[in-house]
Design a binder for this molecule. Structure first.
Ligand SMILES: *Cc1c(COP(=O)(O)O)cnc(C)c1O
Length: 434
C-alpha cells in the first residue's frame, strides 16, 4: 500500500487500542473500510489538516460535514475564545441561546420553537419521543440507507417481505424495540402508499434524510418527497426531516428550502455547532408545547445550549448568511465535479462524482444517479485503491466508500483544480489495463 509515513500515527493508534474499542471513539475512524492505520490529526487550518507525522492534506472530510468554513476559521475561533473567557458552562440560560434561536426562527419558517441538545443523535432521539408523545402512537417509519445516529429505534434494517417490520441492525437493540420501526426502500411511492394504508393509524412519525447522504448520495425524486408529505398529513403522522447533514449545507434552510416541503419536526446537527457539539430539534409552537417543562414529553441536558458551542454556531452561521454564499459554494463544487466527470466520461471509466450543492460522493458502479441503498455496489475495492492513492498524494477523504465528501468555503479554486487532477490521475492508475 502507501508510502505515507505513519510512524507517529501508528504509535498513538497502538496506545489507543488499549484504551478504546477498536482504538477509536466512533467506529468509522478506525479505517476498517479502507484498511491501514488511521491517521491521528494534530492540526487543521482552513482547507488543510496535518497529522502527527507532519503529513499535510487537503481535507474533504471536514469532520464529516460540520466545518463548512474549514478548520479554525478566524471569525469562529475568535468568538469561541471570547465566550470561553467568561466561563464554559452554567447549567442556566444565557443570551447566546436566544441569539442563535432567534437567528434560526427568523430564517426557518418550519421552526417556531426549538430545543438545543448536544449531538445529532440526541436531536433525533428527542424528536422521535416528541412525535410519539404528540400523536400518542408508537410506530416509526424509516428508509433503508438513511442514517439517523445511534438511536435504538433506528438501528433497524428491513426484515423479509415487502412492507416490513424492522429487525435490529445492532446487538443490544431488543426485537420489541426494532419491531416498532418499519423500514422501506427510498424513492418507492407504491410501497409508501401501501404502507400508510396498512399502518398509518399506528405510525407516530416518518423520518427521512430528505437528502440521504450517509450511504452514498441517494437523491430522491421530488414527487416521492411530496407524496410522503401528503400521506403524513392524510394519516396524521408527523414528518421528521433529519437535516443533520443537509441543514445549512444544501441551502441555509436545508432541504426544506431546496425542495419547498415543510416537515412537522426538523433535526439539525453538524454545521449548526460550528465544530462544537450542538444539535437541535424544532417545529410548530403547538408540537413543541409537548416538550417539558411546557408539556409531558421529558427531555433535558446538562450541557444543552452550552454558551461556547452556541457562540461557535452563531459565528459559523453568520458567515453562511453572506450574500450568494450557497451559490458560490455550489459553483465551486460544480467546477471540481464536472472536471473529474468529464475526464472519466472521455476515458470511458465506470466512475463519476454524484453531487448536490457542496456535497459529493464517489460512485463506481457506472450508474448516473441512484436513489436507493440497494443500488450501491457493495464492492468497495475501487474506492479503497483510489482513497489510498489520494491519501498518498495529500488528499484526505473520509475512510469509507459509503461516505460523502464536503467542499468548504476555505477550499480555493486552485486547490480544487489540483485535487481534480489528482483524482483523474488516480482513476487512470485504477483502471489501467482493466
Ligand atoms: C451525523 C448524523 C446524525 C448523528 O449525529 P451525531 O452528532 O453523530 O450524533 C444523525 N442524522 C444524520 C442525517 C447525520 O448525518
Amino acid at each position: 500500500m502507501g508510502q505515507l509515513n505513519r510512524t507517529q500515527s501508528a504509535r498513538h493508534y497502538q496506545k489507543a487500542l488499549s484504551l478504546f474499542p477498536g482504538g477509536v471513539n466512533s467506529p468509522v475512524r478506525a479505517f476498517k473500510g479502507v484498511g491501514g492505520t488511521p491517521l491521528f490529526f494534530a492540526r487543521g487550518k482552513g482547507s488543510r489538516v496535518w497529522d502527527e507525522d507532519g503529513n499535510e492534506f487537503l481535507d474533504f472530510c471536514n469532520s464529516w460535514g460540520p466545518l463548512i468554513h474549514g478548520h479554525a476559521h478566524p471569525y469562529v475561533e475568535e468568538k469561541i475564545i471570547k465566550t470561553l473567557k467568561n466561563g464554559s458552562s452554567f447549567g442556566a440560560p444565557t443570551r447566546l441561546e436566544n441569539e442563535l434561536g432567534q437567528m434560526l426562527k427568523e430564517r426557518l419558517p418550519h421552526v417556531e420553537k426549538m430545543r438545543f441538545v448536544s449531538s445529532g443523535t440526541e436531536a433525533v432521539m428527542s424528536a422521535l419521543r416528541l412525535a410519539r408523545g404528540y400523536t400518542q402512537k408508537a410506530k416509526i417509519l424509516k428508509f433503508e440507507g438513511c442514517y439517523h445516529g445511534h438511536v435504538d429505534s433506528l438501528l433497524v434494517k428491513a426484515g423479509s417481505g415487502l412492507v416490513t417490520l424492522g429487525t435490529s441492525s445492532s446487538a443490544g437493540v431488543p426485537d420489541s424495540i426494532a419491531q416498532e420501526t418499519l423500514v422501506l426502500p427510498l424513492n418507492d411511492i407504491e410501497l409508501l402508499e401501501q404502507t400508510f394504508k396498512a399502518y398509518g393509524n399506528e405510525l407516530a412519525a416518518a423520518i427521512i434524510e430528505p437528502v440521504p447522504a450517509n450511504n452514498g448520495l441517494l437523491l430522491q425524486d421530488l414527487s416521492f418527497l411530496q407524496c410522503l408529505r401528503s400521506l403524513c398529513w392524510k394519516h396524521k403522522v408527523l414528518l421528521i426531516f433529519d437535516e443533520v447533514i443537509s441543514g445549512f449545507r444544501v441551502a441555509f434552510g436545508g432541504a426544506v428550502e431546496l425542495y419547498g416541503i415543510q416537515p412537522d419536526i426538523v433535526t439539525y446537527g453538524k454545521i449548526i455547532g460550528g465544530g462544537l457539539p450542538v444539535g437541535a430539534y424544532g417545529g410548530s409552537c403547538e408540537i413543541m408545547a409537548c416538550v417539558s417543562p411546557d408539556g409531558p414529553v421529558y427531555q433535558a441536558g446538562t450541557l444543552s445550549g452550552n454558551p461556547v458551542a452556541m457562540a461557535a454556531g452563531i459565528a459559523q452561521l453568520e458567515l453562511c448568511m453572506a450574500p450568494d454564499f450557497y451559490r458560490e459554494m455550489e459553483a465551486k463544487t460544480r467546477g471540481f465535479v464536472e472536471r473529474i466527470n468529464a475526464y472519466s466520461k472521455v476515458k470511458g471509466y465506470p466512475f463519476e462524482l454524484v453531487s448536490l450543492a457542496s456535497i459529493f460522493w464517489l460512485s463506481f458502479n457506472g450508474k448516473k444517479t441512484i436513489h436507493r441503498a440497494d443500488e450501491i455496489d457493495p464492492n468497495m475495492s475501487s474506492f479503497n485503491r483510489l482513497h489510498d492513492y489520494l491519501l498518498n498524494h495529500g488528499i484526505y477523504l473520509g475512510p469509507s466508500g459509503y461516505e460523502v465528501g464536503f467542499v468548504s468555503s476555505a477550499h480555493s479554486v486552485e486547490e480544487l483544480t489540483h485535487a481534480a487532477q489528482l483524482f483523474c490521475h488516480g482513476l487512470d492508475l485504477l483502471y489501467a489495463g482493466a
